[in-house]
Design a protein. Sequence first.
Length: 237
Amino acid sequence: MIGAAHRFVCCKGAIDMLIDEQGYKIVVDVIDSDTCDDLAFRCHGLQKSSAGSRRLLDHGWCRQVGMEIQSKLDRAIDSIDHLTLVQCTYFDKSPTSNWLVTWHQDCSVPVASRVDSPELTGWSTKEGMTFVYGPDELLAKMLAVRLHLNDSLETNGPLRVIPGSHRFGTLTDAEIERQRHESEEVSCIVPKGGVLAMRPLILHASSKSTSTVPRRVLHFLFGPMTLPHGLQWAPIG
Ligand SMILES: O=C(O)CCC(=O)C(=O)O
């Protein structure tokens, strides 16, 4: 079922309720347009010299933007100041770099090193970083904040979400299929400089762009200060 594109404008209190109940929230006018252009320029330069796009926090300017966004959202998202910045990924979708992602949840978190525990699964290494599937109680506390460096439109492959799907924890493939057919999806239309804050467990997908307008996003991941099972966040910087 396809629902209308939704845009919620934040106000304190309501936003946390939306994130907790719906699993996502759009906040407009977080970063100004010139800064977005500057960030897009920096990211473009990086892509030329590096295939990697998950290691943006290696760069001081990106850490600074992440912290600035965190502080700007402080009044809009009650809980964000209790979280710490753990990763940033750059997504660049355009006519020359066009792609889609099928419905999934973000279950992997970047950690400093492997910990042997029967409760920890899904270990992987990507771009030299160690990832593990976060236990549900950890993933439920995490927040992804996607800064839009361009307008995200219906036509340039916006993120689509199934509101409320984060509340069911990590889903099996069959459960994802069921959610897809039984629940309404929403396109997250976010103007340039705005952010989409979302729980990583919310089911999300995106289609290929059919537009000439690029859709570039810095996807910041925030998590709680302490981790279970002796894990530690991957060092940043
Ligand atoms: O930006 C997109 O379209 C996809 C992002 C995504 O799938 C993710 O963050 O896991």
